[in-house]
Design a protein around this ligand. Sequence first.
Ligand code: PLP
Length: 423
Amino acid sequence: MTNWEFSSDYAKKLDQNDELKSFRDLFYLPTFTKNDVVYFTGNSLGLQPKSVQSYIQKELDDWAKWGVEGHLYASNPWMPYHELFTEKIACIVGAKTKEVAVTHSLTTNLHLLMVSFYRPDNKRNKIICEKKAFPSDQYALQSQVHFHNLDPKDCIVEIGPREGEHLIRNEDVIAKIEELKDELSMVMIGGVNYFTGQVFDMKAITEAGHKVGAKVGFDLAHAAGNIPLKLNEWGVDFAAWCSYKYLNSGPGGVSGYYINEKHVTNSKIPRFAGWWGHNKEDRFKMPDKFSPIPTAESWQLSNAPVISMAAHLASLNIFEKAGMERLRKKSISLTNYLEFIIEQININNNNCLEIITPKDINQRGSQLSIVAHGANKALFEKLSINGVVADWREPNVIRIAPVPLYNSFEDVYRFGEILEKSL
Ligand SMILES: Cc1ncc(COP(=O)(O)O)c(C=O)c1O
């Protein structure tokens, strides 16, 4: 560990040496708090890039000027608008361009992907997922099982932490995959668990799933733009993510999805189709038979929601400038510094703060989840009054995520100072 210090001067020094420090000015920091904000909820909704307004305004101007002709003549023509994202997003998730597309919303994409990759037959009908997955994923999985006239009680196998532990062991996921063998149809878990911030070993889980003949997919809501991903190299079958957390593209912003190259042109894989997945050459001849684009784009149903996608484009252009490698490097330092400060606070406070996120940097991203023993929501309210925007989960868990694009080491110091006073 570096010789960290829990002091304002030291945090300021870290900021001075931060090669990404100028990126903070590219974002609006919320102004609703009485005291200066410490915004640590980029894991829930990322901040607005200042450039978003002009990106959206450009589309509004083109719409005003061109009407329907904007599909062809807008400065970024709307018909192929979604193609502006392919390379940028492929870079962020470690995929080939033919494996990704950006459209719809996250839960919609997970459904569309599971229609294709959860194909239960008599014996092979089970799904492995993490216990207490994000509720939308639980509902999506249950409804997929119902869709095949099966019972979730028979088909969904949840892996939870062992007695007395907070994290789910990768080895337990893999052991369950090996145990279910030819009964296992699909593994579908969060690449980063939303509650604990734990990063799963996606490579090992994918390999284990494939060994028993199952498909493996990940919900990357808390992973995309947060941790390095190598979906193609790991051989993951499918994945989807949202753009409004670490990807800073606005509330309800478009989702992205990935389908491994070996599946994208496999005509035996069923899918729910729409006209935007149909071959571009004759889409507007309006043929009555669906002919899929030979890339992941063929899972697109509808034409691009350009206005909200403009915000995503503004944000991805910032990502491109910062670069995932530099972002990850700063993210590790920010979160390590946060961990150090919490440990310092613990020294004088009977170790009342228990970080349940893994200590190993390879098993976590920006987020730390902290159990505040003996505390209740009054603690969270004190933090809020003093300008901290964080996330509280009953009965006593605080989730915080310093985000490398717009958070500073001084934010981390100030959070520590406020937390210590509030305890
Ligand atoms: C892990 C996870 N999965 C799914 C969702 C649902 O996303 P959406 O409402 O965009 O479909 C969320 C939303 O926060 C999430 O955190």
